[in-house]
Every structure is written in C-alpha cells, then in structure tokens.
Design a protein around this ligand. Structure first.
Ligand SMILES: Nc1ncnc2c1ncn2[C@@H]1O[C@H](COP(=O)(O)OP(=O)(O)O)[C@@H](O)[C@H]1O
Ligand SMILES: [Mg+2]
Length: 134
C-alpha cells in the first residue's frame, strides 16, 4: 500500500507517477496505466484546490485471479453539499472545467464518492488490469 499526503501541486504529480508505476508493475497495458494515473491526478488536484489537504492511498489487489489497482482519495473538509451536481460534466464551484470527477468516473471501472459537508470527501476507485474472461 502506498500513501501519498497531498497538499500542493508537486504532490499531485507524485501521486500521478506512483499510480502509473504501480499499474505498470502490476502488468497493466500502458493505456490502462495512463487512465489510472489521470484519474488519480484529477482527485489529487481536487484535494489541493477544493480541500487544501488530504491523501491518496494506492493498492494493488488480486480478486479471483484478476489484478486491479484501487485508489482512494480522501480529505477531512469541507465536503461537497450537492454530490449529484458535482458529478455532472461541466459543474464547478471554482470556475474551472468541472470535468475532473466525471472524467475519473469514466476512466475507472468502479467509482464511489462519499461526502458530507464539514466532514470531507472520500472517493474510492478501482481499475482492472485486463478485460474479464468472456
Ligand atoms: N475534495 C473535494 N472537496 C470539496 N469539494 C470538491 C472536492 N472535489 C470536488 N469538489 C467539488 O466538486 C466540483 C466538481 O469537481 P471537478 O469535476 O473536479 O471539477 P473542478 O475541479 O474543475 O471544479 C468542484 O467544483 C467542487 O465544488
Ligand atoms: Mg477538479
């Protein structure tokens, strides 16, 4: 398990690189590893911009013989009041593109977000290293 404290821009690139390297070590093809890296980078960036500080945790798992990377991004404040709006393409409370959460959800195979105003936000994502057997 890899834990990356996130507070500033440099931490975002550390999280991004570690996510990609972990996926590549697990045998992910380059495109899948890039998808994980991009999704992790969006969430880490959100921590810097919207929360101020938090962490990204990365882990490789094997389930029924298949490899996956799990990434968790969490922070302790301020939380998201309207989760449904936050997940929508183009929604931003900061005047930026508003594509981070929606893109991360599309790039990963599993995506779950929990947030409570005042208590922070936790996003848990998973991506498999290969296609399932038919
Ligand atoms: N970790 C977070 N803490 C608080 N608010 C967040 C967090 N991540 C996302 N948000 C909220 O969700 C909105 C959408 O996020 P996102 O899709 O990444 O777009 P953007 O970052 O460009 O605003 C943000 O504008 C912000 O209001
Ligand atoms: Mg964002």
């Amino acid at each position: 398990m890899i834990r990356v404290p996130v507070r500033e821009e440099a931490d975002v690139s550390v999280a991004r690189t570690l996510a990609r390297d972990l996926a590549l070590r697990e045998g992910f093809p380059a495109g899948r590893a890039a998808a994980v890296a991009t999704a992790v980078s969006e969430l880490a960036w959100n921590i810097v911009v919207h929360a101020g500080d938090g962490e990204v945790v990365l882990a490789a798992v094997i389930e029924r013989g298949r490899r996956a990377v799990v990434a968790v991004a969490r922070d302790g404040h301020p939380g998201i009041a309207d989760l449904e709006a936050a997940m929508r393409d183009g929604h931003s409370t900061r005047g930026t593109l508003g594509l981070g959460l929606s893109s991360a959800r599309r790039l990963m195979d599993e995506f779950a977000i929990e947030s409570e105003p005042g208590k922070g936000t936790t996003v848990t994502m998973k991506k498999w290293g290969d296609d399932p057997d038919p």
